[in-house]
Design a protein around this ligand. Sequence first.
Ligand code: COI
Length: 355
Amino acid sequence: MKLQVLPLETFKPHVEDESQLSFGKQFTDRMFVMNYKTGQGWHNARIQPYQPFSLDPAAMVLHYAQEIFEGLKAFRRPDGQIALFRPMDNFRRFNFSARRMCMPEVDEAFMLQALKELVRLEVDWIPHSEGTSLYIRPALIASEPMLGVRPADEYLCYMILCPVGAYYKGGLAPVKIWISDHYVRAAHGGTGEVKTGGNYAASLYAAREAAEKGYDQVLWLDAKEKKYVEEVGSMNLCFIMDGKLVTSPLHGTILDGITRRSVLALARDMGLEIEERALSVDEIFAGAENGRITEAFGAGTAVVVSPVGQFTYQDRTVVLGDGKTTGEVTQKLYDTLIGIQCGQLPDPHGWVDLL
Ligand code: COI
C-alpha cells in the first residue's frame, strides 16, 4: 500500500521546558491514519496533520467499544540516533488483539514502515533529557455508523505521538498498592489478555476508590478465587522472592506485556531464576513479613519499571524494605532496560530498531 504524506499548514510550538513534560497530554503535529472497509480492505494510508476525527455519533466504537490500542516508545540517543524499542512485538500484539475483538488485522511490516516515516518527520519532537521519550499510541476503532451489535464493517487505524517525561511525576519512587478484594479485572475466557479500552474503563471505579484512600494503583486478583495475583492497573507485577523473580503466568487473563518479556529476559541474563506461577495474597504477606520477598515492582511501557513500597489488603498493610527505597534488583533492571533503550548499554537481544 502507498503511504501518502500530506503537508502541514500550521506548526505547533515544540516542548520548551522538558522538565515540565508529563505523560500523555501533549501531541505532535502529525499523525498516521488509514481506513478500512469490508470488501475494499485497508486504504488511504496517510500521514496528515494531527487533528480531531469527524465521527458519526452512531460510530460503533462509541457504543460497543470495539477498540484496541498499543503503547511503545522512541528514544533519542546521545549520538543523535533514534531508537524504537521492540516495535514489531507491539504490532504483533496489535493483531492478536484485533483477532480477539473481530477487527481487521494490519500489515505489521507496513505499520512499522509508516511509523518510522512518521517519527522521522516528527523527529524534532523527541525530547533530549534523561528519562524522556516519544510515546507512540497506535489504535484501531470501529467507525461504522450502526447500532446493531456485530463486528463493524468500517474502521480507522491511527498512530499519534506524544513527547513524555516520567509516568509518575516523582520519578522512580515506590508506589502504594491497594489489593482489591471485591472488584475483578478479567475472568478466564474474557478479554484480559487483549489490549482493549474496555479493560481500562472497567478498572476506573476501583482505581478511584484506591486513589481516594491514598493508594497509587490497584492490584487485581483472579476472578474465580479472588486469591491469586493477576496484574496492576497499567503494568504486570513481579516479586523478588528467595532471590528468584516470581510473576503471574500468562493464562489468558493478564496482558502479555512487552516490558514484562524484556524484564524476564534481563533477569535471566543477571542469573536470576524465573518462576511464572500463581502467587497468593497470603504468600505476599507472609513472604514480605518473613523476609522471603525482598522487592516487588511493576513493569509496563509507560512506567518502565515501578517499585512497590507497600501492599494493603482489607485491613492489613505490609511494607517492603523501608517502603521508600527502590530495591537493588529493581534498580538494576530499570537501569539496564533504560540503558539498552537509550544506547548506553549493548543490546544483546536485538530489541532496538534504529530509524
Ligand atoms: C503502556 O504502558 O504503554 C500502557 O499501555 C499503559 C497505559 C494504559 C498507560
